[in-house]
Design a protein around this ligand. Structure first.
Ligand code: G4P
Length: 542
């Protein structure tokens, strides 16, 4: 199998290139309850980042136990540290970015995917591809992201493995290549056969550290198989033959292009099959990739530091409007205390108070390299999508807003606080906490969100931070698209549909529809216009 970044023959790697080659920045995507937390925990255990199983689960349980706003604030404090998990594995540095799920599924979840180079998709073997996974995969598709699949809970009874592969192929239009094959499931789960290394992994001898017996098998006719697996040996032979004849071969390039997904079967809870998957992941997953800007593509090995903001998190102390901007380093070396230019404002700032997830180097300076994430404290000056450079004028693209799926109308309880409401909503939308729309005709504020919890957060934060009491009511809209096109067409479109048209916080035109059917008809009726479901920030902020 080819590795993702083959060393070039006549090129001596610079120290920066060595750091880049060592990094893998990725996220785990899944539907709630498929086993993301359990798998994360097992990965961190393998990397030595946590000492015992239970630490991450305890954190998650904690989050669910809390409900009111102050508790949510505290939870945010916790999640700042857990939203970027850095751990070593073999000779690599892995950056695992958390994709908030369950109740806190939001636009942040989508945007995290714009900051990683590849993903691991976890499926529950009883359910196959579920709704949230499908949505997250749509976002991965926008950048043809490489995906490795882990089919979880094989210690429980689920769908037949071939049916699961078929589901991935049909639902996600992604070619599958099983690299391990399960032997039975539920109480008949005996282990997996690694098709790539020709090795039998036995579940019955597994412990929670992920240790288990491995039997190298040169030939599937080997009678050892019958000894160990009994009647299940023939099933395995049959399946392996079927896959090698009818299945796809692993093609590293097709994986890197996001067209093919290697598939592993296992049980995260029993730490079985996780190491198998991780070993392949570190072998084939891409190192930090080049990133597009409005003017050129930035290569990670360029000397000058550049970075892009993909997430903003409100911090513990609401009185100080303290925010943490999460910046993905795109090129060069970040060093604590260095000067960088905030490209939207052109302000030069000294990055002294950055949070890095890096060890110190010999000189005691904290550094970060492409693929790493740094957190910059600020008081509301930094927006989602902002770029930092050492001076070059450039603006990264690829950290868009995503069309909201839930909508509410804002009602102000005290009309004299209208100005404060406007200010609060503007800042919250810049932070990416909520999207705000104003009708072309009328004065309402319509809020849009990807996950409904964002509404509760907005109402609480308006009250706590801006002293504005407001309540929300339902509206009939169910989908939203931005609208772009030639000025003349846009004018005609606005004229005809004024009652369903809005401007977002950056002034971009948006169409809110009461049904997907209406939206589809509108798209049909106006072929000269485009109706994108994402919107880049730079267009309106420059
Ligand atoms: P999530 O983060 O994707 O939401 O899933 P999480 O890891 O929390 O797992 C959801 C449930 O599935 C948990 O059970 C977890 O123990 C279980 N689970 C995860 N991996 C496996 C597996 O490989 N096999 C089996 N049998 N179960 C698995 P729970 O009862 O909801 O929580 P808990 O009481 O175990 O904490």
């Amino acid at each position: 199998m080819e590795t993702a970044a083959p060393p070039q023959k006549h090129h001596k790697q610079s120290p920066l290139e060595k750091e880049i080659a060592k990094r893998r920045t990725f996220a785990i995507i899944s539907h709630p309850d498929a086993g993301k937390t359990t798998l994360t925990e097992k990965l961190l255990l393998k990397g030595g980042a946590i000492r015992e199983a239970g630490e991450i689960k305890a954190r998650k349980a904690d989050r669910h136990a809390r409900s009111d706003w102050m508790d949510m604030e505290k939870e945010r404090g916790i999640s700042v540290t857990s939203s970027v998990m850095k751990f070593p594995y073999r000779n690599l540095e892995l950056n695992l970015l958390d994709t908030p799920g369950h109740r806190d599924f939001s636009e942040d979840t989508y945007r995290v995917l714009t900051a990683v180079d590849s993903v691991i998709m976890v499926l529950d073997n009883a359910n196959g591809v579920e709704e949230q996974t499908r949505k997250l995969m749509e976002v991965c598709r926008m950048r043809d992201m490489p995906v490795i699949t882990f089919i979880n809970k094989m210690d429980r009874f689920g769908l037949p493995p071939l049916e699961l592969l078929d589901d991935i192929e049909q639902t996600l239009d992604l070619e599958t290549v099983p690299l391990s094959w399960p032997i039975g499931m539920g109480d008949r789960f005996r282990g997996t056969y690694n098709l790539y290394r020709d090795e039998l992994h036995l579940f019955s001898h597994a412990d929670l550290e992920g240790n288990h017996e491995r039997l190298p098998i040169d030939d599937l006719a080997d009678p050892q198989l019958d000894e160990v697996l009994g009647s299940q040996a023939d099933d395995l032979r049959f399946n392996v033959e079927l896959i090698s004849e009818a299945g796809n071969d692993l093609d590293a390039q097709r994986y890197l292009d996001g067209k093919q997904t290697p598939v592993f079967f296992g049980s995260a809870l029993s730490n079985f099959g996780v190491g198998d998957m991780l070993d392949t992941f570190v072998e084939i997953a891409p190192p930090p990739q080049p990133r597009p800007t409005t003017t050129r593509v930035v290569q990670p090995n360029e000397d000058e530091f550049t970075g892009v903001v993909f997430k903003i998190q409100a911090n513990m102390d609401p009185n100080h409007r303290d925010r943490m901007a999460f910046v993905r380093v795109c090129s060069g070396t970040f060093e604590r205390g260095m000067r960088a230019v905030h490209q939207r404002t052109k302000d030069e700032t000294r990055l002294n108070n950055a949070t890095t997830f890096m060890a110190r180097d010999r000189a005691g300076v904290e550094q970060a390299f492409p693929g790493d994430i740094i957190g910059i404290h600020n008081h509301g000056t930094i927006k989602i999508g902002d770029s930092f450079t050492e001076g070059e004028d450039l603006q990264f693209t690829g950290v868009p807003s995503f069309a909201p799926e839930h909508f509410r109308k804002v009602h102000l309880d005290d009309p004299f606080r209208a100005k404060h409401l406007g200010k609060g909503l503007k800042q919250l939308s810049e932070e990416g906490a909520i999207q705000v729309f104003r009708p072309l005709r009328g004065n309402d504020y319509i809020l849009g969100a990807v996950g409904a919890l964002q509404f509760d957060v907005t109402v609480d934060r308006l009250s706590d931070e801006y002293n504005v009491d407001a309540h929300l009511t339902g509206v009939q809209y169910t989908c939203c698209r931005w609208v772009e096109g030639p000025a003349k067409e846009l004018e005609a479109f606005e004229h005809k549909n004024i009652n369903q048209l809005f401007r977002d916080a950056e002034g971009a035109l948006a169409y809110l529809a009461i049904s997907q059917w209406r939206l589809d008809r509108m798209i049909e009726e106006w072929p000269a216009l485009t109706f994108p479901s994402t919107k880049e920030h730079h267009a309106a902020t420059q």
